[in-house]
Design a protein around this ligand. Structure first.
Ligand code: NCD
Ligand code: ZN
Length: 341
């Protein structure tokens, strides 16, 4: 195995993160800003971010706590009555970078989500014309579909028709978890890409039940079988520009996770890059981490590459059991790399 002591890469971006608001925002945003130059910020606040004014104000609240040198890229939460003029106007004014499609009730704070893609046809057509990216939570919400099959079902039922109807619309299938999704994206048009989280690279669904119920490993889309984890890993480390880093870091207070009805979400921001580096190293693909973390996403979005660099040092890092009121991903474990500085 390669035993280099440091790895320096172009400063990376996180193409999918939940920064929350208020005290939680202040607690978590600095961890993302420490590692990433830019991040696509999810709009699933209560109420969700649906207007240019709300996104502008939220961006200010993020910048107030993130420190200098971090650029939050704002997203608009799509609802059934989303207004194409508001959205494309916000994109052209430089406020919105992308829109987020949550199928209604698919996940945390998605009650206002889209009930039928048909309802947002005018918005998708306007985004397609403007060159604005659509980020998709790719799970059907039909209660008759098994939770573990909801992503694969979404590909045929929703995503394939959407791509056919809007062939020039740039679509990111977020946090892919299955072999079916990895193949669908790899074989799909150049307008289709996917983000991949650290937890879906490290864990399969057995982790949810290892010695007892493990709420801190519960996220959506839920962890899948080992064969899916391996397929998602192969996609991440394979070098294709269609796959890039999106942590889906999603903090919830410990009491909201360790509960009779625990919230979905893994908070991986504190050691995100270290976590991805472990995977790329295990796969013998450390030289491809830079493309995945720092190049593919920016190219897909049509944004410039970052100028600075970050250096990872080979060093044992003990991940704490708790950071404030939140349990981080890899709590109590050791990682083999540390982001310097
Ligand atoms: C996210 C959250 O908590 O906001 N949770 C999660 O499990 N990923 C919502 C989401 O992205 O699905
Ligand atoms: Zn998310």
């Amino acid at each position: 195995m390669n035993s280099q002591a440091t790895l320096t890469i172009r400063r990376p971006d996180d193409w999918h993160v939940h920064l929350r608001d208020g005290a939680m925002l202040a607690a978590v945003a600095p961890y993302t800003a420490r590692q990433f130059a830019r991040a696509i910020v999810m709009p699933n606040l209560t109420p969700p971010i649906t207007t240019v004014a709300a996104a502008t104000a939220y961006r200010e609240r993020i910048l107030a706590v993130s420190g200098a040198g971090f650029e939050p890229l704002m997203t608009c939460y799509l609802t059934d009555d989303a207004d194409p003029a508001e959205i494309v106007g916000g994109f052209e004014a430089g406020v919105f970078t992308a829109c987020k499609l949550y199928p209604a009730h698919a996940t945390t704070n998605s009650a206002h989500g889209v009930t039928e893609v048909a309802n947002i046809r005018p918005v998708l057509a306007a985004m397609e014309r403007a060159g604005m990216v659509l980020c998709v939570h790719g799970e059907v919400t039909d209660p008759a579909v098994d939770v573990f099959d909801r992503e694969a079902e979404f590909l045929d039922r929703v995503l394939a028709p959407l791509l056919r109807e809007f062939p020039a619309l740039k679509v990111v299938l977020e946090h892919i978890t299955t072999a079916e999704a990895a193949a669908f994206v790899a074989e799909g048009p150049p307008t289709l890409a996917a983000t991949i989280t650290p937890q879906h690279l490290h864990l399969n669904r057995n982790a949810l039940f290892a010695g007892g119920l493990r709420p801190h490993h519960y996220c959506l889309p839920v962890l899948k079988r080992e064969r899916h984890r391996l397929a998602v890993r192969a996609a991440a480390v394979g070098g294709s520009g269609k796959f890039f880093l999106g942590t889906d870091s999603a903090p919830h207070r410990v009491g909201d996770k360790e509960s009779g009805c625990g919230c979905a979400g893994v908070w991986n921001a504190p050691f995100a890059l270290e976590s991805y580096a472990a995977v790329f190293e295990e796969e013998g693909a450390l030289e491809r981490l830079e493309g995945f973390a720092s190049e593919h996403g920016a190219r897909f979005y049509g944004l410039g590459l970052n100028e600075g660099t970050v250096t990872l040092r080979r060093e044992v890092v003990e991940v704490p059991e708790r950071v404030g009121d939140v349990v981080p991903f890899h709590a109590g474990e050791r990682l083999g790399w540390r982001v310097a500085g």
